[in-house]
Design a protein around this ligand. Sequence first.
Ligand SMILES: N[C@@H](CCC(=O)N[C@@H](CS)C(=O)NCC(=O)O)C(=O)O
Length: 215
Amino acid sequence: MAKPILYSFWRSSCSWRVRIALHLKDIDYELRTVDIVKKRQQFDEEFRRINPMQKVPALIIDGNTLVESMNILYYLEETQLGTYPLIPEDRLLRARVREISEMIVTGVQPLQNIGLKQIGMLSDEKDFLKFARHWIKKGLTAVEAHTKFTAGDFCVGNDITMADCCLLPQIFNAKKYQVDVSEYPTLERICSKIERQPAFFLTHPETQPDCPPRA
Ligand SMILES: N[C@@H](CCC(=O)N[C@@H](CS)C(=O)NCC(=O)O)C(=O)O
């Protein structure tokens, strides 16, 4: 079986979700970096053929190209369940995992990354930051309220799940946008545990080969 190929950008939270899941499921892969900021390689014809949405991540696995990070996580879950389950068996807990994941992947990430600059709106950096921070704070406030009831060591109970694969990358983004994450004590506590797990720290954006050296 050929090694899966992951198209990723170091600080893309969606790419990081997939790197974490691949690590948790012990799947070795080849990394191909796509510079979505300076070189704008997501718009190259070659990459458009891989992902018509012109976004990372994309994963070539089992001879097929998969896009959309959550779709990739579900595929890995359905085909590699035995290695490390990302979703618990209990039906209500499964719903909780999906719920928290959704809050982040549809309620926060797309809004903070929305291409308003690309279409000439909110071109002022200050206005854009205000917009992004508003949605990050609103989303994290909801995730904080929810995890107060669902969390053990991690977002749902005491096992790492798909929700944790979404949470840490989102908190990384929140810090990039200078959101004070101490306003979310449950999330901070969970993240301090997640960060110590190899699948998370070994796939951290700053460990990636395309991460620029620190000034
Ligand atoms: N729903 C997609 C979102 C992917 C996404 O927004 N990727 C960002 C990086 S996190 C990207 O490639 N942005 C480049 C662009 O929008 O031009 C997923 O979960 O994979």
